[in-house]
Design a protein around this ligand. Structure first.
Ligand code: GLP
Length: 259
């Protein structure tokens, strides 16, 4: 049976319910996905196909589909159509180890790749000057990437480093930390700040989720053993993909509490 037939069969089952048509259709598509009749990554039949098969208007189909995209059940890829969203296995990430994205994903057996959004040398912004300790006549190296694991985009990371540490941002390979390690500049300590964020249109499109869904804004400032700041990275992570886990211990008597 084709996907359109599966959805139509579900719709016939629910057509007695008296609920508005678009809700019935939304439920039918959801049922077809939940029962595995159409699987993650499968293309949804075109609006026109669904409308003619189920004998409902295209406006109704569009409303149901938009609702499912907002709910993360379907994803729309510009130019290529609507698909069942890939099943998201949540990544559990420790908050106590200073690891790189490449290491984190490799440890889970995931295949990592990045799409470059930007890399180059720029005049630093006031934020970058302050955090990295740069003066106005020094340059900042910016490395912005979409980080992808097993073909699912998980995060947008925008790193800034002093150009004296990374004079040629074009030359880093697949891992920033591996490149820093080669020059003895891999950070040994970092402070990470995590806050909630609703994804804007451009970020949502890159992460293949609906605009406005929940995400995590993560800022990492990393240090060398000397105490010098080496990295200032601002990232947006998909909220449906990450669990950050921290181990908490009771502080012993007389033990100092450090930030
Ligand atoms: C993590 C951190 C980033 C860091 C990156 C390096 O994702 N949040 O601050 O820049 O790892 O990863 P890689 O070495 O894979 O480029």
């Amino acid at each position: 049976m084709s996907a359109a037939d599966q959805i139509f069969a579900m719709l016939k089952e629910s057509s007695q319910s008296g609920a508005p048509l678009y809700l019935q259709l939304r439920k039918s598509i959801e049922e077809a996905v939940n029962r595995g009749l159409i699987g993650p990554g499968d293309a949804l039949p075109s609006e026109r196909d669904i409308a003619s098969k189920a004998d409902i208007s295209r406006v109704t189909v569009r409303k149901a589909v938009q609702d499912l995209v907002k709910g993360g059940i379907l994803v729309q890829r510009h130019g290529s159509g609507t698909f069942v969203a890939p099943r998201m296995e949540r990544v559990e990430q420790s908050l106590s180890r200073l690891t790189s994205f490449t290491e984190d994903m490799a440890r889970r057996g995931m295949v990592v790749r990045s799409a470059w959004l930007d890399r180059g040398l720029y005049a630093p912004s006031p934020d970058e000057m302050m955090v990295l300790g740069l003066s106005a006549n020094e340059l900042v190296a910016r490395v912005a990437r979409l980080r992808i694991a097993n073909d699912t985009p998980l995060a947008i990371e925008r790193a800034a480093l002093s150009a004296s540490v990374l004079p040629d941002p074009e030359a880093i390979g697949s891992s920033l930390y591996a490149a820093l390690e080669l020059t003895g500049n891999r950070p040994v300590r970092a402070v990470q700040r995590i806050s909630a964020a609703n994804l804007g249109d451009a970020d949502a499109r890159l992460l293949e989720v609906a605009p406005g869904v929940a995400g995590l804004h993560i800022e990492r400032i990393s240090y060398l053993a000397s105490g010098k700041v080496i990295e200032f990275t601002r990232s947006i992570y998909r909220g449906d993909a990450y669990d950050f886990v921290a181990e908490l211990r009771l502080t012993g008597p007389g033990e100092e509490i450090r930030p």
